[in-house]
Design a protein around this ligand. Sequence first.
Ligand code: ADP
Ligand code: MG
Length: 342
Amino acid sequence: MFSPINAILGFFSYDIGIDLGTANTLVMVKGKGIIINEPSVVAEAKRMVGRTPASIVAVRPLKDGVISDFETTERMLNYFITKVHEKFSFMVPRPRVVIGIPSGCTEVEKRAVRDAALNAGARECYLIEEPMAAAIGAGLPVMEPTASMVVDIGGGTTEVAVIALGGIVASKSIRVAGDEMDEEIINYCRQHYSLLIGERMAEEVKIAAGSAFPLEEEVEVVLRGRDIVTGLPKEVTMSSVEVREAISAPVQAIVDAVKTTLEITPPELVADLMDRGIVLAGGGSLLRGLDRRIAYETKAKVYVADDPLTCVVRGTGVVLEDLDRLRKVLVEVQTTRPFRFA
Ligand code: ADP
Ligand code: MG
């Protein structure tokens, strides 16, 4: 219904979309584009027990894709919303916010995220499941009756979803994604080379030489770490064949999640997917040959979305632009306790 107050508020207000990823948080302002793209870490001063100097530790509140720590999540939302609001302080009303949440969040978690956003200063808060936002950001026709499949491979979770008529028809979420590949590279180095490397080195190796399918030209990388036995610095050369072997279990788990989702998808929709293909999003989709590997194992065409790291936040932006048409894709949050007889 048209209300003059809302119209005035709307004119002076601004809308923001947030992708609270396990690895990266992105924020976009409608009409302005992506204005924040930062790792999802909250620096916390923690006093070690029994020791005086406070040390700063990095906390990842969404490490496994679930909102395990509400206080930290609220502080993180507060930080991002305030940061945006400072830049737009001439806009008096607080922003409307669309937030991507992991699919399969419980009612309690949804309410917690929404309340956190409202406490952090949002005027209105809408939630959208991340794979839905990723699909919209990747340009898939989510409102059509023809089904699409999106696979969002992030840091902590991989979410597979089949979408049609503005809803998620079949989905699967696993806590295996990019981070686990890094961990497997660390394990491999320890076992095969007695070499201790850090998470950052492992991620660099994955990006430089990781793959999910044999490469036309295999490459080599030099790893620097510490010898487990002597404790001294050590360098090891590793081939992309070895890196592929090191990360094979998490890669297989991602492929299997896609296959399982195809198995639980109604047959007539599977036919749509075979015609249209599967779209990959999220940072993990940049792993070399992952598209070919999934294509090889499912016999479907597979594409990597343009700019896969920003699909979710761009999807929230599209929803903000066209809230009336796309309202159906949003997640309902129960505000009051459902009425029950007896
Ligand atoms: P999230 O949504 O969980 O925050 P992102 O979509 O931001 O995750 O993706 C982060 C993951 O993508 C990390 O594990 C990172 O190592 C991985 N990643 C980023 N670039 C590449 C690349 N070129 N090759 C392989 N993995 C990559
Ligand atoms: Mg993500």
